[in-house]
Write a protein that binds this ligand. Structure first.
Ligand SMILES: Cc1ncc(COP(=O)(O)O)c(C=O)c1O
Length: 358
């Protein structure tokens, strides 16, 4: 009864929840430090909190089905036309939508690896023929992608888990050399200060996907958007489940866009901490952090040490990404937290580094 593609798919690994670690090690859930899911550690702006309260009072009603107020606010934020924006229940929904809209059975899809695992899952669900491509130093180059003549290519910039961006000129080369659709997942764009959203005007075969989960710190609300040519965007909107974004998410996201100054301050704090954490991680003989433009740092673990397990036992979650396709050797991904959170992590790493601790 179940399709073979569904049988073949490994379930998406969403990481470990604080409640699981709390139960396992007899800790208080609020004491568990979550540095495994690339979330924003700061609370919402006051305006966002107020709008959330107001929106709750109206949850007996369906949302405005075309989400036009949100699209108007987004059009202002990214300086594009409103017809070029589709919204979704998280960037994840839009990644799935792009596959539903574009891929037929056995269509060629290219995914540079290592990268975000949902791309392969959604492409497999469409019975695509997937090529995974590896690059030296994880630097994505156009020529190796172009030669695959893909109908759809997934780029992630900054890339999860490596943290580096795809060079703008390499993306342009890909866009110029074929009609295949290039999806650029910019879930972490604001932490890099880089985007290719402006290229949508020039290239019909580009779709940029963005999230409210990271820079705007609304991971629990579930909201994302896609920017592309209006014909494609119309197709996205056509296949979206009606009301897939809740009234609360919709109204609150508009308030988040009005609070941009607050979120820029938060971003600057995260970037400052990213710099400090990177320098401190470099000092551990057993770790090699990779330069990053996102709100997380990939580290190679140089010794046979169960760092993730040791941290978990002490109530700190980071993401073990060892075994991820395209990544060889032991690796973990660490979200940049607040100064206090990062200090707690660093103190525990110092403890683990002592020779008598396995
Ligand atoms: C690269 C990338 N894209 C998309 C997502 C999903 O974002 P959302 O929470 O908006 O569904 C994530 C989440 O971690 C991500 O790392």
């Amino acid at each position: 009864m179940i399709r073979s593609a569904v049988r073949l798919i490994n379930p998406y690994s969403a990481g470990i929840s604080p409640c699981v670690i709390a139960k396992k090690y007899g800790l208080k859930e609020s004491d568990v430090l979550q540095l495994g899911s690339n979330e924003n550690p700061y609370p919402p702006s006051e305006e966002v909190k107020k709008e959330y309260e107001r929106a709750i009072a109206k949850i007996n009603r369906y949302p405005n089905p075309d989400y036009s107020d949100l699209k108007n606010s987004l059009a202002e934020y990214i300086r594009t036309d409103v017809e070029q924006i589709a919204v979704g229940n998280g960037a994840s929904e839009l990644l799935r939508t792009v596959c539903d809209v574009v891929i037929d059975t056995m269509d060629p899809v290219v995914i540079p690896v290592p990268s975000y695992t949902l791309y392969a899952i959604f492409a497999m669900l469409r019975d695509a023929s997937i090529s995974f491509v590896e690059f030296p130093r994880y630097e994505v180059k156009a020529h190796k992608i172009i030669e695959k003549r893909a109908k759809l290519t997934f780029l992630c910039s900054p890339n999860n888990p490596t943290g580096n961006t795809v060079q703008r000129n390499e993306i342009k080369k890909m866009l110029k050399s074929s009609d295949g659709l290039v999806v650029v997942d910019e879930a972490y764009s604001e932490f890099s200060g880089k985007t290719v959203v402006d290229l949508v005007e020039k290239f019909d075969n580009l779709v940029v996907i963005r999230s409210f989960s990271k820079f705007f710190g609304l991971a629990g609300l579930r909201l994302g958007y896609a920017v592309g040519n209006s014909e494609l965007i119309e197709a996205f909107e056509k296949v979206r489940l009606p009301f897939s974004i809740s009234n609360v998410a919709y109204r609150t996201a508009i308030a988040a866009l009005r609070s941009i100054e607050y979120y820029m301050e938060v971003r600057n704090k995260i970037i400052q901490e990213r710099r400090r954490l990177f320098k401190r991680l470099k000092k551990f003989s057993f770790l090699e952090p990779y330069p990053t433009e996102a709100n997380f740092i990939l580290v190679r673990i140089k010794k046979e040490k169960d760092i993730c397990g040791e941290l978990e036992r002490r109530g700190i979650i980071i993401r073990n990404v060892t075994g991820l396709l395209g990544l060889s050797g032991l690796h973990a991904r660490i979200t940049v937290g607040t100064k206090e959170e990062n200090d707690r992590l660093l103190a525990v790493l110092e403890e683990i580094d002592k020779p008598n601790v396995s």
